[in-house]
Design a protein around this ligand. Structure first.
Ligand code: 8OZ
Length: 368
């Protein structure tokens, strides 16, 4: 049983939102939107409603445009039908007393022509194939290799910033409490940030300052819609998912953290130790320190946390909040279980992506 003054269950001021606890539901791709149109539905609303005990829910990665899509069945935030669908989700969470951000996503090169408008090549900072990366394109074809992308022209970049701005506006119309910019796990913003996937020789590549340019344009556009206090970001400085690597993550992410601090955004969520692969054994402490030193706002730690570890790391000042992914899939009442020190349900990985209510809304709570 947790102590009465358990820091995990102390309130936390995140921007201008007051959270009742420090346990955040991490963004989780579940690939269950309605087709055609990648539209959130009643089942999705029920899933998030069940998890409203989180201090904050960060809803799953959601493409800001058809071009930003990289997997079958992931939801979007670029059509009116999607806005209406998400409104069901935000209403359900709010009625249950929760708070919910939307994660704004453009996959860049992690896609396939069969998912792209007019069957075009996916776009990236540079025409570099993510070696070994795959994506799920349809129930019939399943997982396929990702082909070489097309490098974006300099002139196209403001248009992609505009896709994020519209996504942010649509998220507002859909009733979210804020947004998180997806700059992690090898998707478009991460592709620009890291030296190996960004080999550009124009103003968007080369030096750290240049590699930060496009991601910071997105941050500024989203802040223009939501205000800094309702805008967060997710990064994965040493994550290797989707064939990612950076020559000097301390320099890249230290500089990014400084710029984000100047922008005054509400939080940074850091994937410290990814289930999809990490270039370092354990948590990359040098990068975590560089981010903490440069970004003075709230830090959400993510990656293989247990409740006890979250408590210890918050008490030690290493993070302010902790986000949980897979434990939230199988435990809709995860905060209550952590508070009581109760056993957790195990997750079934075969039902993570796609399908129906099984492995989605049918995990039991303590009171079931
Ligand atoms: C797992 C499967 C598909 C997408 C991420 C959005 O890694 C994802 C994702 C994870 O951020």
């Amino acid at each position: 049983m947790a102590e009465r003054n358990d820091i995990l269950f102390s309130t936390f001021q995140l921007g201008d939102l007051t959270l009742p606890n420090r346990i955040v539901m991490a963004p989780l791709t579940r690939s269950r939107s309605s087709q055609p149109g990648d539209v959130p539905n009643d089942l999705n609303a029920e899933y998030y409603r069940q998890r409203a005990g989180a201090g904050l829910i960060i809803a799953e990665a959601t493409q800001v445009s058809p071009q930003g899509k990289g997997y079958a069945f992931t939801p979007g935030i670029h059509s009116d039908a999607q806005v209406e669908g998400w409104r069901k989700v935000t209403s359900a969470v709010h009625e249950a007393g929760g708070r919910i951000h939307l994660q704004l996503w453009h996959v860049g090169r992690i896609s396939h022509p069969s998912l792209q408008p007019n069957g075009e090549k996916p776009v990236a900072p540079s025409a570099i194939k993510p070696e070994g990366a795959q994506t799920y394109i349809s129930a019939e074809s399943g997982m396929v290799d990702i082909p070489e992308p097309r490098a974006l022209s300099e002139e196209e970049i403001p248009g992609i910033v505009e896709q994020f701005r519209l996504g942010a506006e649509n998220a507002k119309r859909a009733g979210f409490d804020g947004v998180e910019i997806h700059a992690a796990n090898g998707y478009l913003l991460d592709q620009f940030l890291r030296s190996e996937s960004n080999q550009r020789t124009d103003a968007y590549g080369g030096s750290v300052e240049n590699r930060l340019r496009f991601p910071m344009m997105v941050v500024e556009a989203v802040v223009g819609v939501w205000g800094a206090e309702r805008t967060g970001i997710r990064v994965s400085p040493t994550g290797s998912a989707n064939a990612m690597r950076d020559a000097d993550p301390v320099a890249t992410y230290g500089a990014l953290a400084k710029r984000l601090n100047e922008a005054g955004i509400a939080y940074i969520e850091v994937v410290e130790d990814s289930f999809q692969g990490n270039l370092e054994q354990g948590r990359p402490q040098a990068v975590i320190d560089a981010i903490r030193q440069n970004f003075k706002g709230p830090y959400i730690g993510n990656g293989h946390y247990t409740g006890d570890e979250a408590r210890q790391r918050i008490e030690a000042g290493q993070c302010d909040l902790a986000s949980f992914g897979r434990p939230f899939i199988s435990n809709p009442d995860l905060p209550e279980r952590i508070r009581q020190g109760a056993a957790l349900n195990e997750w079934d990985a075969s039902s993570f992506y796609g399908g129906d209510e099984r492995g989605y809304t049918d995990y039991p709570t303590l009171s079931d």
